[in-house]
Design a protein around this ligand. Structure first.
Ligand code: FMN
Length: 132
């Protein structure tokens, strides 16, 4: 079945299906399987240290040559290092949650990374008062 959309063209994927970034759940193996199947697999970095994410990115790059993403949880204590790693590894797609990724977007766009901030609801600032 043909399901080619503008999103597919933008992200270089076959089907307009993005696997949700899920902390502690969407590891490199899941992300690679989704990307191999034609969607966009996304590693959930949650609050994990950059060393863990680096290992996951290496695994996903071994398992698939197709585009993949990393979800960044903006309240992570390692957020700055995680963003630097994403730049160094030239991760094709970044999704963000739980905060404002604004200051990182110019740098990511400069290397061609597509950035997709996830906005759960207009009520979230009252639920996450510390997030920017
Ligand atoms: C177990 C679990 C963990 C999640 N962890 C994250 C996360 O770390 N970062 C994030 O931005 N969203 C996280 N989400 C939200 C998902 O990425 C997704 O946006 C959400 O589940 C809505 O998609 P759905 O309607 O298909 O479930 C998580 C969701 C689940 C179920």
């Amino acid at each position: 079945m043909k399901l080619q959309t503008k999103l597919c063209d933008l992200l270089g994927i076959q089907y307009p299906i993005l696997q949700g970034g899920m902390a502690w759940v969407s590891t490199a193996e899941l992300a690679a399987a989704v990307s191999e199947a034609g969607g966009l697999g996304i590693i959930g970095s949650g609050q994990a240290p950059p060393e863990w994410l680096e290992e996951q990115i290496n695994i996903v790059k071994k398992l698939t040559k197709k585009p993949f993403g990393v979800n960044v949880m903006m309240m992570s204590p390692y957020m700055e290092q995680v963003m630097q790693l994403i730049l160094d590894e030239r991760v094709p797609v970044v999704t963000t949650g739980a905060g404002n990724p604004g200051k990182f977007i110019p740098g990511l766009k400069e290397i061609g990374t597509k950035v997709i901030p996830v906005i759960p609801s207009v009520a979230w600032p009252s639920v996450w008062p510390r997030a920017g």
